[in-house]
Design a protein. Structure first.
Length: 155
């Protein structure tokens, strides 16, 4: 029996694979054309068996280290974008505030709800109110400190 010679698989560096899956759009986004997760964020195998979000990978190779606990957030609100000029570091709270400010939280509070949240602050902790309304503590803090929903300042 004749054995076929083992054909060694060519290893393509992660940075090169990354570059081959970018489509630069007219609005300045660099959209990832590779694999996406169920939330629309690009993902790729780094070559060592681990998987990474591609916007994090882009930040690492173009800008630098990401400190533990920080998120790589999108200025452009495009989950597929990997343009380093559209990315910034922030905490989970920063990311949730950015989402709320840009109207992506899906949360639409009425003047009555804002009034209830502000009045509740004298009786309950921010964490308790956030849990009740299923919102982040940062969102509640911004409401009670009039950083958001300023239109409802009188109500």
């Amino acid at each position: 029996m004749i054995e076929k010679p083992y054909k060694k698989r060519k290893i393509v560096p992660a940075e090169h694979r990354f570059q081959t899956h970018i489509d630069k759009t007219i609005d300045g986004c660099w959209e990832w054309t590779g694999c996406l997760n169920n939330k629309g964020y690009g993902v790729m195998n780094t070559g060592d068996g681990s998987v990474i979000y591609v916007h994090r990978f882009s930040y690492l190779i173009h800008i630098g280290e990401i400190s533990k606990g920080l998120f790589v957030c999108h200025k452009c609100d495009n989950a597929k974008c990997v343009n380093p000029d559209h990315l910034f570091l922030g905490t989970h709270t920063d990311n949730m505030q950015d989402k709320t400010i840009k109207g992506r939280s899906g949360l639409k509070l009425t003047g009555d709800a804002v009034k209830i949240i502000r009045e509740a602050r004298s009786l309950f902790s921010v964490a308790e109110i956030a849990n009740y309304f299923r919102m982040s503590k940062a969102q509640i803090h911004n409401i009670v400190s009039f950083k958001s929903y300023k239109l409802f300042a009188n109500g």
